[in-house]
Design a protein around this ligand. Structure first.
Ligand code: ASP
Ligand code: MG
Length: 460
């Protein structure tokens, strides 16, 4: 059995939806019944969030035009597939619900995380109803299901933790009867419900990948395919390095590092549960299904010749704490810092320290979260440097213990006359992180790619 997850662009146009139906048909004919998990149609989650914003400000006329756009997107597609009546019947109650909901928000002028989660879930609830009708029209037994059976432990409405045991029970109870009848479940990505049965999201944003992983693990399914709009993990962003190539096989550690550092192919929470459950994840391109894609497994056995599998980057703010200037002992500063970051839900991306200075990086968004920066100023004197980026260089496990890898990385960056503001490499040797001035990032990436990437026999 396979779980197939289709992203927003796969759900976004007539051509892509025809491809989706054909990929599902192939899997239905070739093997057992596939289970489908979908994102919202591309752009719809953004429209919903914009509606939420406007509702909070009380601008109802602007909201009505966004609601119309969402309705049109789905009904236009229904008309193309000649299923207007069926889709209308399936989505009209949701559109009415959405209208009433935002009116309520506009009246009280308050959008809590709980309301936001409900609002955001509507994109997937609409898209899956459309896809299920398209499948039926194409002669495939699609059946739409809201994933209320993915259970969270409560706490966060935006990025819930999964209650795996309860989810497995509820999910099997919901899906087994459908699978026994050879029906194809078309499931909403992005959300589950908390112990009080209130909708909670599973990752802010892009959480549908994680939904698909949860479904795959709960069904003991050996293969999760993430169908998206790129050929797989690439050795670099092709807008920066036009000769970047697809990585055909990567381990989950390598892939996870890349997901956290700017490769937008996959939500970083996705891979681990599937791999730990003994399965594997594939990245495939809906628009070029014949291409092999990237396979992610627990270990990557092939002996790669290359020193670098891939390079990614993301913008950050670099913060340095003056440990001496704090007049506190080092361990007190560390404790206060980590307690604060955890309490504010602010994520640190890179840590590098010496006796006198403790440097870390963070996204500008996280730095502004829940009063983090204001409270940080009370811990130690600090220096903030903006317009920095982290470059993450991911090497294959086979370089472990090899001399001179870091030297080549530094040489490649030095060639471009770029100064490194901070760096970090842990004992795994898989990921090396460099902090540079953002305007220098593209040159550094190009130089790293030229100097360190060799096309392996195992690559496409
Ligand atoms: N529709 C949601 C988002 O845009 C979830 C997803 O697509 O994975 O973030
Ligand atoms: Mg996505």
């Amino acid at each position: 059995m396979k779980v197939l997850k289709f992203g927003g662009t796969s759900m976004g146009s007539e051509d892509s939806l025809r491809q989706v139906a054909s990929i599902i048909r192939q899997n239905y004919e070739d093997e057992q019944v596939p289970v489908i998990v979908c994102s919202a149609m591309s752009g719809v989650t953004n429209l919903l969030l914009e509606m939420g914003d406007l509702a909070e400000k009380g601008s109802m006329p602007a909201i009505d035009s966004l609601l119309k756009q969402i309705e049109t997107k789905h009904l236009e597609m229904a008309a193309v597939f000649e299923i207007t009546e069926e889709v209308e019947a399936a989505i009209r109650p949701l559109l009415e619900d959405l209208h009433g909901f935002v009116q309520g928000i506009a009246r009280i002028r308050e959008l809590s995380d709980r309301s936001l989660a409900y609002l955001a879930s509507l994109g997937e609830r609409l898209s899956t109803r459309l896809l299920a009708e398209i499948l039926k029209q194409e002669g495939l037994p699609g059946i739409q299901q809201d994933t209320k059976f993915i259970r969270t432990t409560g706490g966060s409405y935006k990025c819930g933790e999964v209650d795996w045991d309860q989810t497995k029970l509820d999910l099997l109870q919901a899906l087994n009867p459908l699978l026994e009848q050879k029906q194809i479940p078309v499931l909403t990505g992005f959300f589950g419900t908390n112990p009080q049965s209130i909708i909670s999201l599973l990752g802010w944003r892009g959480g549908s990948d994680y939904s698909a992983a949860i479904v795959a693990v709960s069904l003991d399914c050996p293969t999760l395919e993430i169908w998206t709009d790129v050929d797989g993990f690439l050795s670099a962003d092709p807008r920066i390095v036009p000769e970047a190539h697809v990585i055909s096989h990567i381990s989950y550690e390598e892939a996870t590092e890349l997901c956290f550092f700017g490769a937008k192919v996959l939500h970083p929470r996705t891979i681990r549960p599937v791999i730990e459950g003994g399965g594997e994840v594939w990245i495939k391109n809906t628009f070029a299904p014949e291409k092999q894609g990237t396979r992610i497994t627990k270990v990557h056995e092939e002996k790669c010749q290359t020193l670098m599998l891939s390079v990614a980057s993301k913008p950050v703010v670099m913060i340095s704490l003056d440990l001496f200037g704090s007049l506190k002992s080092q361990r007190i500063v560390y404790k206060e810092l980590f307690d604060l970051a955890s309490g504010c839900e602010a994520r640190m991306d890179l840590i590098a320290s010496s006796e006198s200075i403790f440097t870390f990086c963070m996204s500008a968004e996280d730095m502004g979260k829940n009063g983090f920066l204001e409270a940080l100023e009370n811990i130690a004197p600090l220096q903030i440097e903006e317009d920095k980026s982290i470059i993450c260089i991911v090497s294959p496990r086979s370089v472990h213990g090899q001399a001179g890898v870091s030297a080549q990385i530094f040489q490649a960056v030095a060639k471009e006359n770029v100064s490194i503001s901070a760096f970090s490499q842990n004992a795994s040797e898989i990921a090396q992180l460099l902090v540079l001035d953002t305007p220098k990032v593209q040159d550094a990436i190009r130089s790293l790619h030229t100097s360190l990437t060799q096309h392996c026999p195992c690559e496409q």
